[in-house]
Design a protein around this ligand. Structure first.
Ligand code: IMP
Ligand code: MG
Length: 188
């Protein structure tokens, strides 16, 4: 790997390389193209800030049908590495055209499943024409509510990962790979 960051030494092991990320995002974008090409509605990619911003950027460049973007911010995690269980909307959609939209929610990772199951319900109640979910990573062993994404990059084991948008205490988001954080970083 050519890239190197001052934060590389906090990473125990690289789980997903930039090359694999490229392959996965290409595949998901092609599926979204196929699924929405003939929909007749407008496609909206809804990025859940902040962790999904890098994945979203890659995905939107690789989708070839017309696509719009928007953002929501919700909180489920504080500074710790375990889920708090509550969802708060910190930045809401400010729009009245949900009924004209096929929405694909773009997430970095599904853990407990609370964030996405809440958001799907919220957008459907708001009148969206359709709501689908797309996640780069999935930790199915951590589910607290049953949830299955429509598009999924990779299933991963129950490890705390950072990079490619994912943070620990707001750090590591800019790493171009997804890596397992050394436990001593968050236990010290
Ligand atoms: P949940 O599915 O509602 O529990 O929450 C998913 C959110 O938890 C993601 O959007 C991340 O912000 C955060 N999260 C879960 N696991 C990790 C991880 O391994 N690294 C970094 N953030 C994580
Ligand atoms: Mg986060």
């Amino acid at each position: 790997m050519v890239h190197s960051s001052l934060l590389d030494h906090d990473i125990e092991r690289i789980l997903v390389s930039p090359e694999e990320i490229d392959r996965i995002t290409t595949e998901i974008a092609a599926q979204i193209d196929d699924d929405f090409r003939d929909s007749g509605k407008r496609l909206l990619l809804l990025c859940i800030l902040k962790g999904s911003v890098v994945f979203m950027g890659d995905l939107m460049k690789k989708i070839s049908i017309p696509v719009e973007i928007d953002f929501m911010k919700v909180s489920s995690y504080g500074k710790s590495t375990s889920t708090s269980g509550r969802i708060n909307i910190l930045l809401d959609l400010q729009r009245k055209d949900l009924s004209e939209l096929d929405i694909v929610i773009v997430e970095d990772i599904i853990d407990s499943g609370r964030t996405l199951s809440y958001l799907v319900e919220y957008l459907k109640l708001g009148g969206a024409h359709s709501v689908k979910t797309c996640t780069m990573l999935d930790k199915p062993s951590r589910r607290q509510v049953e949830f299955y994404p429509d598009y999924r990059g990779l299933e991963i084991p129950d490890e705390f990962v950072v990079g490619y948008g994912l943070d620990y205490a707001e750090q590591y988001r800019a790493l171009p790979y997804i890596g397992i954080l050394k436990p001593e970083v968050y236990t010290k």
